[in-house]
Design a binder for this molecule. Sequence first.
Ligand code: UDP
Ligand code: MG
Length: 342
Amino acid sequence: MNKRFEFPAVTFDKPLLSLVVPLYNERPMLPLFFERILPVLATLDLHWEIVLVDDGSEDGSARFIRSVIERTPGIRLIKLSRNFGKEAAMTAGLEHARGDAVIVLDADLQDPPEQIPAMVECWQSGVDVVLMQRRSRAGETAFKRWSAHLFYRLLNRTSRTNIPVDTGDFRLMSRKAVNALLVLKERNRYMKGLFAWIGMPTQVIQYDREPRAAGETKWDYPGLVGLALEGLTSFSVSPLRWATLIGLIAASMGAVFGLWIVVKALMLGDATSGYPSLVAIISFLGGIQLMSVGIVGEYVGKTYMESKQRPVYVTDEVIENRDATRQQASHTTAGARHVKAV
Ligand code: UDP
Ligand code: MG
């Protein structure tokens, strides 16, 4: 009866840090990514896991990651069934992350992994959100910098949620913050806004944003304008109010102008001329009406998309090296479905 219980080698004394990395066609980046991130993680006195979300890459990114997973413990790949966009990919990663703290970072190394220890230190001192604010944006055109600046200012003017200027998705969140975020089930996911909406004690760290190490940005200007519109209309209904206001101003101006024409005709008897001004007024009002209908349409469209209740993303498969991962502490909270071991 002298049976000794053997406790598993898994230790629960250290917290688990999850890195969530959305990626889309980042094959040229990946070797460099692991080269830079793994040494940084090795210096941490924590357990860690990397949750890579393959957002429907077509360049063999998943194949390469699979080969890395075979060799390295602590890496999981969530493969989405097609390209759903970065916002959806991040949501997938956050849902699959098991960590006590989660860091979201881009695969293109624009969010320098060397900042991770400082972020962790901040979190361990008791804050729930560590926000990374860009001090500089190397490798980005002056126009992009200017338009980004303008957009953040506009967004904060119009919404009640204060979205910090010059912050991207690069940030650390405690489990409490992640859980709060995961409760938000909306389909139109403007993540920067959602991140800000949850609140929580936050600390800002400034860093220098690096240029992309390889590959190309996935954002073109139409895409960025779309994201900006998404951000504006997801977080405030004030554009609807602008439409009303502009309509009111235009109508008042029309009334004053009409009155003036009547008075002028009565006094001077000149009722026939004024064709150019008529055309100008009609096209001005027509433009305002179209714009207002467009703004209303934007919200109706959003309501329509939400009402369909579709999932934000579809998982194709989850790939992890179970044997290797078992050596790490597994804080299994969000049990992954369809787990496929390699
Ligand atoms: N990304 C993604 N799905 C997409 C587009 C981009 O997961 O549809 C990822 C991309 O691989 C990268 C991150 O989101 O890791 C940021 O993308 P990118 O560098 O193109 O954006 P930028 O840094 O220029 O804003
Ligand atoms: Mg980038």
